[in-house]
Design a protein around this ligand. Structure first.
Ligand SMILES: [Fe+2]
Length: 386
């Protein structure tokens, strides 16, 4: 039985040095005159938004900043942003920052036009109206949020990271400027880069993978495998930074069209319960989950290993296992903190693991994994990673 598949990307993607400064021209091309810039307090106070504001104002736009987003955007950040937007009545949202401001910008854009609370739209395809035009300007090389039709907003009342997916969430323009990543500290380079690698790998092994997303997934894995370590070791190496950011963008395109799988499914509850950064949480899980999942589709994992630059061995399984070992070694090299270093203890896990496994399964992502994990297996994996 054949089934058609759709493939969506932002209508405009500009990639390269200085792309972020094209924001004025892109805003004009959208016919907009009044921009609400959504960012976080650090981006604002450090002056990182300055060139974006200048470019918008040089193009004749009015601007106002909402910098109330923190590292885990929740419903309160969205409602504050919405209140400011309604008062200011902008016709454009420009989201600048890491995954959090981008996700918040997406949420604000669609909640201006869709009534009721965000929690009503959890899941896929529930939004009914397009939002305000959104220009996404990432400052990390990781989430790929600039190219995806998802946003993740935490409902703190329920300790759930809500995954909301809709074509209406896809940015109208993505301005992907590697110059903006040169200042990233090592820990952030590692966590965000490994998040991107996880996107590439999960998109490629996903049961929802498709020929169009495969191209982007494999290219992303190759770019990140070749360049992430160098970008981490030599923060000022523009070539490595640029290729890492291109990999992150391509990985975003891949998973937006193929979905993520067990690592992300298990990672979101860790973030929601223990407030561990998304990339760190993924990195801790990635190696173990790859090893667990290989038997579900050894050929795909062997392709991942080959894209990482490993020689193919006799038998897909052996190549696949070598790939998982390579990824584990990379994660060690990049010195990503482990769960126990982040304060996740056995006692706390005893309390939370059941709910975390339930929330993981409820998100739907684990159902895309090549090997389907039972609730007990998910709990076991949490303990194994700890
Ligand atoms: Fe991710």
């Amino acid at each position: 039985m054949s089934q058609s598949r759709e493939f969506r990307v932002p209508p405009v993607i500009r990639f390269g040095a200085g792309a972020s400064r094209e924001v004025g021209q892109e805003a004009k091309a959208l016919g907009c005159g009044k921009a609400l810039i959504v960012t976080d307090a650090f981006m604002h106070s450090s002056g990182a938004c300055g060139p974006v504001i200048k470019a918008l104002e040089d193009a004749g736009l009015e601007t106002r900043i909402y910098d109330g987003v923190n590292s885990e955007p929740d419903l309160s950040h969205i409602s504050s942003g919405l209140a400011l937007q309604r008062q200011y009545a902008s016709d454009l949202i420009v989201a600048v920052g890491g995954g959090s401001p981008l996700d918040a910008g997406k949420a604000i854009s669609v909640m201006i036009t869709n009534s009721g609370g965000m929690e009503n739209y959890m899941g896929m395809g529930k939004l009914t109206r397009p939002g305000l035009p959104l220009i996404a300007i990432p400052t990390t090389a990781g989430t790929g949020s600039e190219a995806t039709l998802f946003t993740i907003i935490t409902d703190t009342a329920r300790d759930v990271k809500m995954l909301i997916g809709s074509p209406f969430i896809l940015p109208r323009v993505a301005l992907v400027d590697p110059e903006l990543t040169l200042a990233m500290p090592k820990g952030l380079t590692a966590a965000t880069g490994l998040d991107a690698l996880t996107h590439g790998i999960e998109a490629y092994v996903s049961r929802k993978s498709q020929p169009m997303s495969d191209v982007f997934a494999l290219s992303a894995i190759r770019l990140l495998g070749e360049n992430l370590r160098t970008a981490w070791e030599q923060p000022g190496n523009y070539e490595a930074r640029s290729k890492t950011m291109l990999g992150a963008l391509q990985a975003g395109i891949a998973f937006s069209n193929a979905s993520v799988a067990l690592v992300h499914g298990m990672s979101r509850p860790v973030g929601a319960v223990f407030h561990v950064a998304h990339g760190v949480s993924n990195a801790a899980l990635l190696g173990e989950v790859m090893e667990f999942s290989i038997s579900g589709n050894p050929e795909r994992y062997a392709d991942v290993a080959a894209a990482l630059g490993l020689e193919r061995q006799a038998g897909a399984e052996a190549t696949a296992k070598a790939g998982a070992a390579w990824v584990k070694e990379l994660i060690r090299t990049l010195q990503v903190p482990t769960y126990s270093q982040l304060g996740v203890t056995r006692e706390k896990l005893d309390q939370a693991a059941g709910k975390m496994a339930d929330d993981a399964i409820a998100s739907g992502s684990p159902a895309n994994n090549p090997r389907i994990a039972t609730r007990d297996e998910i709990i076991e994996l949490y303990y194994k990673v700890l």
